[in-house]
Write a protein that binds this ligand. Structure first.
Ligand code: ATP
Ligand code: MG
Length: 231
């Protein structure tokens, strides 16, 4: 498969979606995201933010409407293509039992040591990893249970960006972490956003501020839109 390198422009065109027949979660949702733009989605619980992101990552497909990436319906591409071009971090990052190296590599199976370390450095994870007795060969335990919540988040960031995707999706975690780790994560997010089209479900004020456009979502619709200053 030799598709042209992607730029990272995204369009949701008249997307409707429901998990069950009883509730339409999205109805004719429209959004155009320019290459390199950072979008933050905010809104109450259950408003449909994660659903929008799930559709963008094609964990679910729209019931009707289309998602275009660089003007092409993503259903004309393969899941592998999407995996390579969209890096994502979900609300509760899931690590596999295995080593830190294996967990980062999941984002790019043939990654070299240099690429793994570069990704870990970009997301501020290298500092804590190199202090571990076994470094990148440390077992993370089932579901990453041997790492702290913040450390798990950093590893999942490294996994998301190791293939240098043009599109980055973050469903920001709400878990409370100590101030020092909070600082480290904020800086990691800042680094990760550079040079990509970003789609963030934002809880941190610092992430909301980093967005070019903030959309307030209610019942699957954008009810307000603007920059942090405007809203
Ligand atoms: P939160 O801020 O709590 O993460 P959200 O804005 O991300 O909320 P969604 O998870 O997109 O909201 O949920 C939108 C609606 O879809 C809610 O009514 C939710 O109950 C429903 N929903 C979400 N996931 C599923 C699912 N897997 N099966 C059935 N209904 C679901
Ligand atoms: Mg959600």
């Amino acid at each position: 498969e030799n598709w042209p390198e992607i730029k990272g422009e995204i369009s949701f065109n008249n997307i409707s979606f429901y998990y069950t027949a009883e509730e339409k979660v999205l109805e004719n949702f429209n959004l155009k995201v320019n290459t390199g733009e950072t979008i933050a989605l905010v809104g109450q619980t259950g408003s449909g933010k994660s659903t929008i992101v799930n559709i963008l990552c094609r964990f679910y497909e729209p019931v009707s409407g289309e998602v275009l990436i660089d003007g092409i319906d993503y259903r004309q591409r393969s899941q592998l293509w999407l995996h390579e071009n969209i890096g994502y971090v979900l609300q509760t990052p899931h690590l596999f039992s295995g080593t830190i190296r294996e967990n980062i590599c999941y984002g790019k199976l043939d990654a070299s040591d240099e690429e793994i370390i570069a990704a870990a450095k970009l997301v501020n994870a290298h500092q804590f990893i190199k202090k571990l007795a076994k470094g990148y060969d440390t077992e993370v335990g089932e579901g990453g249970g041997l790492l702290s919540t913040g450390q798990k988040q950093l590893i999942s960031f490294a996994r998301a960006v190791i293939a240098n995707p043009k599109i980055f999706v973050l469903d920001e975690a709400t878990s409370s972490i100590d101030t020092e780790m909070e600082q480290i994560i904020q800086e990691a997010i800042k680094n990760v956003l550079k040079g990509r089209t970003n789609f963030i479900i934002a809880h941190r004020l610092s992430t909301i501020r980093a967005a070019d456009r903030i959309l307030v979502i209610k019942k699957g619709k954008t009810i307000e839109e603007g920059s942090h200053k405007e809203l």
